[in-house]
Design a protein around this ligand. Structure first.
Ligand SMILES: [Zn+2]
Length: 76
């Protein structure tokens, strides 16, 4: 279990906003990414985070739009 004091110091690596403890994970209040806690240490890495489905869908759509723009030779 991590303390409230520690939690107050932590921020989402993607958004820089505060995190909320939910069970055995810390959850970003902005993007909803869930970060695992390993041996009492929150692992605040975007690559390790579990993305909520709505964020996943948005990132996929953005990646697709970017790929399409690049395929047309446009610069974004
Ligand atoms: Zn976030």
């Amino acid at each position: 279990m991590i303390s409230k004091d520690l939690l107050d110091l932590l921020a989402c690596p993607a958004c820089g906003v505060e995190l909320e403890l939910q069970g055995r994970e810390v959850v970003c209040t902005e993007c909803g990414r869930r970060f695992p806690i390993r041996e009492g240490i929150p692992v605040l890495l975007v690559e390790e985070a579990e993305e909520p489905p709505e964020l996943r869908a948005r990132l996929d759509a953005e990646a697709r739009a970017l790929a399409e723009a690049q395929a047309k030779g446009n610069t974004v």
